[in-house]
Design a protein around this ligand. Structure first.
Ligand SMILES: [Zn+2]
Length: 183
């Protein structure tokens, strides 16, 4: 901890106690230059926990979600900033909802809702991972549902991903990712 007067990092704690509210530790420090200053230690932001299908929990990772989206958006020319914004938006939604634990499936569904307005192919690829389509038929059903209903979220312009692409072409464009996820 740098001394605010001389910049030295050589200080010693001369007093340490909880604040009145009990939400922090207040430390009085004395620098080698002889002057004194105060520091506070507080709990960092509460971690957001993701509950996986098998029940085990892990800390929500922006990086991990972003990687999943990047895979789904491969060759779709969606700016990285759009995806980063999507991830940040989702984290904010969860945090402002006061959620501390969230199912991984719920994260998948939320990501899908946001992705749907961005790029149909990426949406279907991502859905194929999260919903674990059993077969091509189920996959095509999802595409049909998608074509029937394309909402625009929060006034955002959807990127005209498929343009006039028909179902079969869309399927062909999205299928490789889906095929990779099938084991
Ligand atoms: Zn000093």
């Amino acid at each position: 901890m740098k001394c605010p007067f001389c910049g030295s990092t050589e200080s010693r704690v001369i007093d340490s106690r909880d604040t009145e509210a009990g939400d922090a530790v207040r430390r009085r420090r004395e620098c080698e230059c002889g002057r004194r200053f105060t520091t506070y230690e507080r709990i960092d932001e509460m971690p957001l926990l993701v509950v996986k299908r098998d029940g085990h929990e892990e800390v929500f990772s922006r990086r991990k979600l972003l990687n999943g989206l990047l895979r789904a958006c491969e060759k779709r020319e969606i700016p990285l900033e759009r995806l980063e914004a999507l991830v940040a938006r989702m984290e904010t939604q969860l945090r402002t909802a006061g959620v501390q634990r969230v199912a991984s499936a719920e994260i998948g569904e939320r990501a899908l809702r946001l992705l749907r307005s961005l790029d149909k192919v990426a949406y279907v690829r991502f859905a194929s991972v999260y919903r674990q389509f059993e077969d091509v038929e189920e996959f095509q059903d999802e595409l049909r549902r998608l074509e029937a209903h394309v909402p625009v979220l929060d006034g955002q312009e959807p990127i005209a991903a498929l343009g006039e692409m028909q179902g079969a072409e869309a399927l062909a464009a999205a299928a490789p990712a889906a095929a990779r996820t099938r084991r």
